[in-house]
Design a protein around this ligand. Structure first.
Ligand code: AMP
Length: 334
């Protein structure tokens, strides 16, 4: 077999026209706001802050804002607080770049609609092309990987990639690839990680301790889940955390899904899910994961969507849970 060495070239032919068009829009606008999805995860904030930092480093004369939702744990440990802007700022012409968000309704700050021009950059299956320009590449394991590819192939002469921007993008890739273990990880992912590391990243200090360092309480939460999960006949493992459980465990609703991958490597478990009560919003947040079969179809039946092996959904009552679990279980019936 011939050894391939330049994995960055593979996206060049197909996506260069989009990269050029995005770069042209960036050059055109003096004011740019970068958005991501609500309930942000590593890839949402990593991409948002990675792109924002790259824009600020390369276009110091422009006003660049990152708008949306902070993370309940990782702001400010890993990501800086997002910007706060006045309505006045948003009334003047600006370019919106929305990252990692498949559907318009999931954008954390809906004021992206005020923008003169909207660019969507995403790696989720394209269910809704809400941008005036849409760059969707589902071969990327993370939107951060796609942004890094854009940066590498951007037709800019003096193109700066700071360590700060690279760390943000690295966290997005590490997060969405499960630290380079999911099937979505490709040679291009590793090339991208190597390129980002080359900016001087210390993986332990700059990335992994901040992403995955935990407390003793985290162990208690894990042990509670391991004592309370259920498994169906056809290998669907799931746990439910009610508002009372969250209070008892001393964690916010956003952290309910944190242990969903406890079941990822267990023989006989085909799919796994966390169901967490979001009492203030009168709903239950569902995180679904699967080893092989696509579960985003089931997620779509329950007000959700996402990737084939990692999706999210919403239940408006726990009465809907048996139906969700049955649909999942049926996927794996022989
Ligand atoms: P989560 O379980 O929240 O980590 O979400 C897993 C994946 O599914 C992420 O890529 C989310 O962006 C996506 N996702 C979660 N909820 C929804 C939803 N309601 N609609 C579409 N995609 C979703």
């Amino acid at each position: 077999m011939q050894i391939k060495t330049d994995y960055f070239k593979q996206n060049k032919t197909q996506y260069q026209a989009s990269y050029n068009a995005i770069y042209k829009k960036i050059l055109k606008y003096k004011r740019i706001a970068v958005f991501a999805h609500a309930s942000p995860d590593y890839d949402a904030l990593g991409t948002q802050m990675g792109l924002t930092t790259w824009l600020r480093d390369n276009f110091p004369e422009k006003e660049i804002m990152a708008l949306g939702q902070n993370h309940v744990v990782f702001t400010p440990r890993l990501y800086p607080s997002l910007d706060v802007v006045s309505e006045e700022w948003l009334k003047k012409p600006f370019l919106a770049i929305v990252v990692d968000t498949g559907n318009a309704y999931r954008v954390a700050d809906q004021r992206f609609h005020y923008a003169d021009f909207v660019i969507k950059i995403d790696h989720h299956p394209a269910v809704e092309q809400y941008g005036d320009l849409n760059l969707v590449n589902t071969s990327m394991c993370a939107t951060s990987e796609l942004i890094a590819d854009f940066i590498v192939n951007c037709p800019r002469k003096s193109n700066v990639l700071s360590k700060e921007a690279a760390v943000f993008l690295y966290t997005g890739i590490a997060g969405d690839s499960g630290r380079f273990q999911y099937s979505s990880t490709t040679p291009h992912t590793f090339m991208t990680a190597a390129m980002l590391m080359d900016t001087g990243i210390d993986l332990s200090r700059d990335v992994y301790l901040k992403m995955y360092g935990g407390t003793l309480n985290d162990l208690y939460v894990m042990s509670y889940i391991l004592n309370h999960f259920s498994v169906t006949k056809n290998g669907v493992a799931y746990y439910v955390l009610s508002d009372e459980d969250l209070n008892k465990l001393n964690i916010p609703v956003e952290r309910g899904k944190e242990n969903v991958n406890l079941f990822a490597e267990t023989d006989g478990i085909n799919a796994w899910a966390s169901i967490t009560e979001d009492r203030p919003n009168k709903k239950w947040r569902v995180s679904l994961r699967s080893k092989e079969k696509s579960i985003n179809g089931v997620a779509a039946h329950f007000h959700g969507g996402g990737h084939p092996q990692a999706s999210g959904a919403t239940l408006f009552s726990l009465d809907e849970l048996p139906k969700l679990i049955e649909e999942l279980d049926m996927l794996f019936a022989k």
